[in-house]
Design a protein around this ligand. Sequence first.
Ligand SMILES: [Zn+2]
Length: 416
Amino acid sequence: MANEVSNLQLVKKLNRISVLNIIRKHNTISRHQLAKLTGLTPAAITGIVRDLVALGYVIEKGVGKSNGGRPPVKLQFNPDSGYVLGAEITRNKTTLGMVNLNVKPLFLRKYNIDMGDPYEGISMLAQEVEKMIRESGIDREKILGMGVASPGLVDITTRVVKHSPNLGKKWCDFPIKKRLQEITGINIFVENNSNAAALAEYSFGKGKDSKNMAYINLGEGISAGIIQNGSLAYGFKGYTGEIGHIVINEDGPLCNCGNNGCLESLYAVPALVRKANNELALYNQKDTLKAIWLEKGSVTIEDIIANANEVDSYAWKLIRQAGWHIGKGVAAIINVFNPEAIFIGGILAEAGQSLLDSLRESVQKHAFPELVREVKIEISSMRRDTGFYGACAVAIKALFEGGVDALLDVELSSST
Ligand SMILES: [Zn+2]
């Protein structure tokens, strides 16, 4: 008997989540349409909607078109019924923000947090989280969760960072989810940064209509997040998309992973900046980037990007070269996963056309021709903050699809 009661409660909760998700996906919808779409009785719909309105997730909006009888009240999802935090962490820069349930940012800030030591770095992040919540003035119970986008290998079952060369050697088996949850008391959802960015592009970026797509993250490292049939492609443990470690020159420089000549060791942002600063010493005096190098003593990735579309300049050649080799990694993704779209993101994507042109040429040359003909390759719509928006998308997806306690464990209306 006790089992039957708990099963009934579970069914009621699942019905509530599925109704809420249908309302979220529609601009406005009537109770009648909800009953038709779910197959639930009008009485059940009335009860569920009453609960969702009482909880603040749904608002009643004006009146819809009448079919002769009483005009139906339209229902609408209330994006300000809850908030989530999102953070993208890198070795020295953390982006932290808060968004409503339609991913509209209330805060989006950058912090210089040294993540070299995971325990110290995560404690500092937690302090900033507390400050942000306080400053927002939002009730803590309305903060439904927090997503974190982390570089490196994130185990999908434990959400432990297994290994992250870009965060540093201390990031080995670090239980990031558990730790941050313990300090903040907030539901934490952790995802690899490229996976998170792919999810953002797919959920509300240019990739909205592409169920099979990849997001290529060109920053401190080079990696891909892959969406297959509308879901992230995880593989065995979640370590998919590590195209930065495709070896393109066995005699090349030592990579963070321990191999030599990985794509990332040659063409990720730190490698490009190093290469530019070395080569500019001997380069043509008339070059604009050389002039900056002479003036400042070194150039940054921002300097390189700012000059990347000046044809025949050093920066243009460097970015084209990077695009060509990165294109080999992208070709591998195309050959293996047959995506319909590829979105290029991360800092390097800001180089724009020169990067895109050479990358496309390289893909044409290196991927299977029939597959190339079908795929569009574009610069991501979200650029630098894609990881942050991805973190928010991860939290919101988990909340609405997994139905965490915040949405489920509220006293149910007796009429449902
Ligand atoms: Zn490597």
